[in-house]
Structures are given as structure tokens and as C-alpha cells.
Design a protein around this ligand. Sequence first.
Ligand SMILES: [Zn+2]
Length: 411
Amino acid sequence: MVKNTIYIIDVTNRDGVQTSELGLAKLEKTILNLYLNAMGVFQSEFGFPVTKHETNYLNANLELAEIGALKHIRLGGWLRAMKVDVEESFRLLPKLKHVNLSISTSRQMLKGKFGGKFSWADIINMTCEAVDAAREHGAESIGANAEDASRTELERLIEFAEAAKRHGADRIRYCDTLGYDDPFTIYERVKALAEAVNVPIELHCHNDLGMAVACSVAGARAAIDAGVDAYVNTTVNGLGERAGNADLVSTILAIKKSSGFEHKYHLQDMDLSYAWRICKYASLSFRVPIPINQPAVGDNAFAHESGIHADGALKDSRNYELYHYTEVGRGHIEHIETGRLITAGEYSGIKGFKNVAGKYELEFRDEEEAREILELVRYANVHTQKPVTEDEMKFIAKYPEQARKVMSVQP
Ligand SMILES: [Zn+2]
């Protein structure tokens, strides 16, 4: 066993939601944070601190962390590596503790995106200034993010990482923004970078060539082999810009179960039994179905039909299944009401609401409290524009104050 650890930083609430035509309501982002926390994910990149419609949601989630509802998970904000954005972030979110400071580093972006406005020296200076500012505001962890790292010369990446580290950055995010790397190139480049700078490396890979998970684990392995910790960015169901990011559950499984990683590389403690729940919830919230062949949670992930496979799986599941379905939270029977159904929504009354709450075993102190929660549940339905789920209702009932804040979005 190699001594360093691989951590998971899920970026669904940042990269997932910036996907074209996809988005999440702030309540849905909050529920995802709760699920990620329950799974043991190290950090959730929970949003954009300088984006005004995020402010209430972000502050409410920081409160949830403070009161122990988001107990272990870190909540990290994504912002541009600019002093002005750092200042604004901490002004809007005084309790913010973890940040990722992003800037483009490739020649393509310097020329094609910034139009030559910034020199390479400017990029380094802006990053260092932003890191300094975040430290001054009491940030507990700072990631310096090289956007388009896979198209940036290694010497420049090393220079970027050294400068950021010198100013106190805790890790460097290597972004394969366009999914350009393959597992071999990312291994070589990340290993060289980590060896040169001796700083923990965060892998952020995209799936344009179908290799996001493969590149993520290869990059993580490179960091560990170089003697530093690795952090892998994932999204639930792999949703993200264009062809998406590394899928959360697949990435965890790849590290835990593949022949080259199992018992050799150490993944932080994770509870995969939440896999089914979080993937279904993300699918429902994004309104994007889970492909039938998605690892672990797709309809066919444990289905067998052909004679030899069915016979083999029945004799011993290990014949044709690499891991057991119960490990990823499957195997239960889901109830679908086929008779009378009372739901709770934007025009619900107290009787119907109590019927639904009773099914979820929710209890209220008195009539007043029941009516208060009903009012919030009505707003939740208006807010998400979909039926309020059991876990959403339980969250609202347990943390009404934060639920109200999360749903308060006013232009
Ligand atoms: Zn991305």
C-alpha cells in the first residue's frame, strides 16, 4: 500500500450546473451536498461565491456546516484567480473557508480567450495576488487552478505551481479542460509536475474523448507515485460541460476495484451504499435519465440474460459481477403507489400535507409548526418545479430556517 491518499472533490454543484441547458434549484444543490456528505466525499465545490443568485444558498450551506448538518464535508467556492473576486467572495460569504482560484494557463487561452491582454507574468502575478488575498481573509484551504493545463507546457505548469505554492496554495488543480489528455500523457505530466513542485495535485478531467475517469485515476496514481496526495474532481452521473466530467461513482469504483488500484492505492473512506440514492436524485433533479449501461447504477449494471451469463451469475455472482449490487445501494424494492395518491405541492392544504408527512414519519410539535413546514414545502415545489421528494421534505422539516434561506432567490 502506498502511503498517500486519494480524496474526492465533487464539482456537480459547480461544473455540473454550468452545463448547457442543465441546472439545479438551490434546494436541489443543498440536498446533493447532504448526500455527498453522507457518502463521505471530502469536498463539494458548492458554487460560485461572486454570483449573486448563489449568495443565500451558499451562506445557508455554510450555516449547515456550522451547525453540524454538513459535518465532515468541506464546502469550496470556485472563483477566478483575481484579487477583486476574492475580496467580493469573502464580503458576500464571510464564513467561506475553502476556495479554488481559477485562471487559464495555456497559450491557446492566453491568446484566444484573453486576446493577449495578459502576459504569462501577469497570469502568475494575478494568481499569487489572489492566493495572498484568500489567505488574508482566513481561507483554510486554497487550490490554484490551471485551466487548460493539459495544453500548457510542463515548464509553465511547474512555474505556475511553484509560485502558487510559495504564496501558500495547498494544492494545484490540473485541469484537462478539453479532455485532451489520455491516461498515459496525464500520468507522465502529473508525475513530473508533482515531483518538481512537491505539492498535492487535484485532477479535473473532461470526457470529450470518453476517458475522463481513466485520466482521473491515472493522474491520481501519478501524484501518489510522486509522493503527494491526490484529489479527484467528479460529478454525479458525470454531468458537466459538453461530454461531461469524471463520474463520481465510476471513479470511486475504479480506485477501489480495478486490478491495478485495489489494495495498492488508498482512497479516503467512502460509503458507496449512497451511490444509488445520489445518482437517482441527480437524475431526477437535472431531468436527465441514467443510461442503462451506466456503471453501478444503470438498469443493466447487474442484469443478465444470455444463457451462459445468467447461469454463471446464478451459480456465483462473482462469475459475472465484479462487485455486489448491495455495495452500491441497490437491492431494495421501490414502492410505487398504484392506488390513491396524495402529494404535497404548491397548492396543498394542511390535511393532505399531514397525510404525506405521516408516510415519511415526520412529526410536528403542534399545528403551528405543521403549517410553517407546509408553507415551506409549497415554496419548495414552486422553487424546484417538481414533486417534493421525501429527503427534501425531511430536510425542510429539520432545518426550516436554512431551507427558507436556500429558497430565497430574488433578483
Ligand atoms: Zn470543468
